[in-house]
Design a binder for this molecule. Structure first.
Ligand code: DAH
Length: 342
């Protein structure tokens, strides 16, 4: 019986081929060879019609059984190979839980914000409160109310960005003195600080067209220059070091009378004289004075009854002195390599 024994032989060969196949392509080769369209078993099935009719049912069944068995073996083998492939992939992807984690970099406060926060903390501790004002300011608040009328030569001290004759970027935080006094409607005491950005047409390695100022104002019955000096001293000791000394030097500002600039003993050499203090032993940190009577009046206070002191400092400058920086532009260029040092 040619066909029957052929079928038995094919089935035996197929079992062996599938059992020994170890790759997808070997299984596929076996599939094509036995049960593909022109495969041995498929061809045998088509030859069932050639056998005598009495034998057709048994041969036909044998051929179908052979094809079904081979297809089942192939499916089983594919299943096994897929599982092996997955196991191999998992074995390759080892997770080592003992490896150190990737370093996570924390951000930090900007150096200016740090120094400003510290200045604010010191002044809040002395009973001051925070007041704010706009950066786009009227000429009246920025200059006129501070005793600097139009065409006054003192305007040259502060190169200004004007929008028009009546509007400008504020050149200092001093206009907040007027705004805050007016909002108090004559109530006492006035003790305020005002932080904020100010703008001047000025730029080199110690001047930035935008910088951060810090204003303080105290108005009450009997405020003296001694209060001003004590306040500055307390600030300087807490900001820099308890050993720091201060001195007031006579100066001129239109909105204070008398006016003084305050120096701290050099934070680098302690006052002996070095490059930072240019041999003088002193570093200037702020402008100050007793509030001019005209300014008190513009703020709604009676200069025959109350007195006040005011001061204004550059937080940028204090920052440069505190951290020994030599270029103000580093503070604003936002290079994290610089900023993350602090
Ligand atoms: N506004 C001044 C400036 O920007 C600084 C200043 C000086 C502020 C004396 C004051 C002060 O309050 O009393 O140059």
């Amino acid at each position: 019986m040619g066909l029957r024994s052929d079928l038995e032989a094919y089935l035996e060969q197929a079992r062996e081929a599938i059992a020994s196949a170890s790759t997808l392509s070997e299984v596929d080769d076996a599939r094509i060879r036995f049960v593909g369209k022109k495969g041995l078993v498929s061809t045998a099935l088509r030859r069932v019609g050639e056998v005598p009719p009495s034998e057709r049912p048994t041969i036909g069944k044998a051929a179908n059984d052979a094809r079904n068995e081979i297809e089942a073996l192939i499916a089983g083998k594919l299943d096994i190979l897929a599982r092996l492939a997955q196991q191999a992939a998992l074995a390759r992807e080892k997770v080592d839980v003992t490896l150190p984690g990737r370093p996570f970099r924390y951000g930090n406060k900007h150096i200016l914000q740090k120094v400003y926060d510290e200045a604010q903390r010191i002044f809040l501790g002395m009973g001051f409160e925070v007041a704010e004002g706009p950066e786009i300011e009227s000429d009246y608040y920025n200059f006129v109310a501070l005793n600097i009328p139009k065409d006054h030569p003192a305007r040259d001290m502060q190169a200004t960005f004007y929008f028009d004759d009546e509007t400008e970027l504020r050149t200092h935080t001093s206009p907040v003195q007027i705004r805050a006094m007016l909002s108090k409607h004559g109530a006492l005491p006035v003790r305020l600080i005002s932080p904020g950005f100010v703008y001047r047409r000025d730029s080199d390695n110690t001047h930035s067209p935008m910088f951060l100022q810090f204003e303080a104002l105290a108005v009450d019955v009997g405020v003296t220059l001694g209060d001003l000096k004590g306040t500055i001293e307390q600030f300087a000791k807490q900001m820099f070091d308890q050993s720091v000394k201060i001195r007031l030097r006579p100066s001129y500002f239109p909105f204070t009378e008398p006016s003084a600039e305050a120096d701290v003993s050099c934070t680098v050499c302690g006052g002996k004289g070095c490059r930072t203090c240019k041999g003088t032993g002193w570093l200037e940190i702020l402008g100050s004075g007793m509030v001019h009577p005209a300014v008190l009046r513009n703020g709604g206070y009676d200069p025959s009854r109350v007195t006040g002191f005011a001061l204004g400092m550059g937080i940028d400058r204090v920052t440069m002195l505190k951290y020994g920086l030599d270029d103000i532009r580093n503070i604003y260029s936002n290079d994290v390599r610089f900023l993350r040092q602090f």
